[in-house]
Design a protein around this ligand. Sequence first.
Ligand code: PRP
Ligand code: URA
Length: 209
Amino acid sequence: MGNLCVLDHPLIQHKLALIRDERTSSKEFRALVEEVAMLMAYEVTRDFPLEEVEVKTPVAPAKAKKIAGRKVALVPILRAGLGMVDGMLKLIPAAKVGHIGLYRDHETLQPVEYYCKMPSDIEERDIIVIDPMLATGGSATAAIGFIKERGAKNIKLMCLIAAPEGIATVQKNHPDVDIFVAAVDDCLNEHAYIVPGLGDAGDRLFGTK
Ligand code: PRP
Ligand code: URA
């Protein structure tokens, strides 16, 4: 079973409180989601292996450490995952970005794929799938499945808010995937929205309704 890691850093929790607040405008919401994604990227990359290197400082040679040739791909689930990409790229600027377009059919609540474009060397990369919301887990489960079909093996999932149901679904279908979240909320409502959650992440990011 993959690990579940709840990132309870005070900066993440403070910003998440602002993100949840219904009075937060789309402009502020976008900026906050980007900032939290950047802070979460710090934790999600904690297991990246290091190698010793030698550099010359202005004073003397120094033994230092660099990330050992890690190739990363970020895969936002469209639309709302897009809001987390720039924050993560600030910390992992060499990452490539693949896109998966899924939406939840509002009647069946099943994820429907409408777009998929991955880096050509996806099978060699560490993949971080990103989406603010893990509700039923249907979208993340499907996205991870599509990415595995294209040959990727080392996959993590990073979300702002998860429902217990979504975590259980991903863990059941993809037990090899570690999940990183900023909060685990109470439950889903009858429309499969996370309670208390933050509402519709895509609409709040892009000002649609
Ligand atoms: C939201 C969210 C996730 C999905 C989570 O996207 O960004 O992708 O719902 O729900 P699930 O865990 O039950 O699958 P949505 O389908 O609303 O599409 P959007 O990002 O285009 O608004
Ligand atoms: N998607 C959202 O944007 N919000 C939820 O609460 C659930 C799914």
